[in-house]
Write a protein that binds this ligand. Sequence first.
Ligand code: SAM
Length: 329
Amino acid sequence: MPRELSLAEVFQLGYYWETKILLTAAKLDVFSALDGRARTAAETGAKIGADVRALELLLNALVAIRLLTKSGELYANTPVATTHLVKHSPQYVGHLLLLHDAEWSNWGKLAEAIQSGHSPVTQHVFETDPALGANVLSVLHRIGQQSGPDLAKRLALGHARSMLDLGGGAGTNAIAFCQVYPALSATVFDLPTTLPLTERTVKEVGLEARIALKAGDFNRDSLGGPYDVVLMSDILHYQDLATNAALVKKIHGHLNPDGRLVIKDRFLDASGTSPAWTAAFAVHILVNTERGSCYRTAEAMQWMQDGGYDSIEEIERTAVVQGMRLSAG
Ligand SMILES: C[S@@+](CC[C@H](N)C(=O)[O-])C[C@H]1O[C@@H](n2cnc3c(N)ncnc32)[C@H](O)[C@@H]1O
């Protein structure tokens, strides 16, 4: 039984001021304005176009949060802000904060969404703002490079020669899988607006000869193949249940005999309350996608069952499920 929350913790959960202060500083690009040397509020305000008195309050709060320092009237970035929040830094992660800020107004309609059961949006960010979507994918690619090789090794794909990374984004998994298995070639299938980013990341690691790019809508277009392994990583929570069931069934026809479909996602357990991060993510998906949802592992396994797969199993709890196409049938 988890420990009960204290009243102080309940109040702490209710605070969002510091969150919005950080998101706004990222949106106004305060940290880039302070790059290189310390500046007064007036100098910083002239750079970003802000009211000096109001900006001073924001800068003081950022000092209190420990993202800036203040010496006399001069404000400066802390090392973590210099590395991760200044736009031209190679380790800039601000795109992710800009995404959270862009979704802020959707969260403001949470009560209506809960009452009506309908999301306030009609499209997700990859459709409404492909440039922001691609920037976010590039950040996720940089910070998520360890999980791809771990998954590749756990799946023991030594015999596989062809892989389809469906909705492969920056190609993080296709790259990791090809690096772990030298005999493997991959196809990254994604929207045409995302693939320029994929082209860059694949080129960066010199895998152009082994990773092909295929543009299209995975629900409507032909996926090529057949393949020895198809990976769906973090794509199904944007779609409704019937669309996912149809896509999983469609993939079966694109697998070689003894090929497999691997689904990696943010699944909930049977109670819907765990993992804790995913229980909150499910609410995020409710307000920020039109038809998305966080699904139970059992639902994904049912899509496979209905799609004609064999040897269906949960490889990693609430994270990875797999199904095989055992024969040509
Ligand atoms: C959250 S990202 C996941 C990226 C990658 N699979 C990963 O795990 O890092 C979702 C990806 O699905 C792509 N996508 C969304 N809807 C799509 C569709 N209908 N057809 C093809 N790609 C789609 C987006 O462009 C994006 O790259």
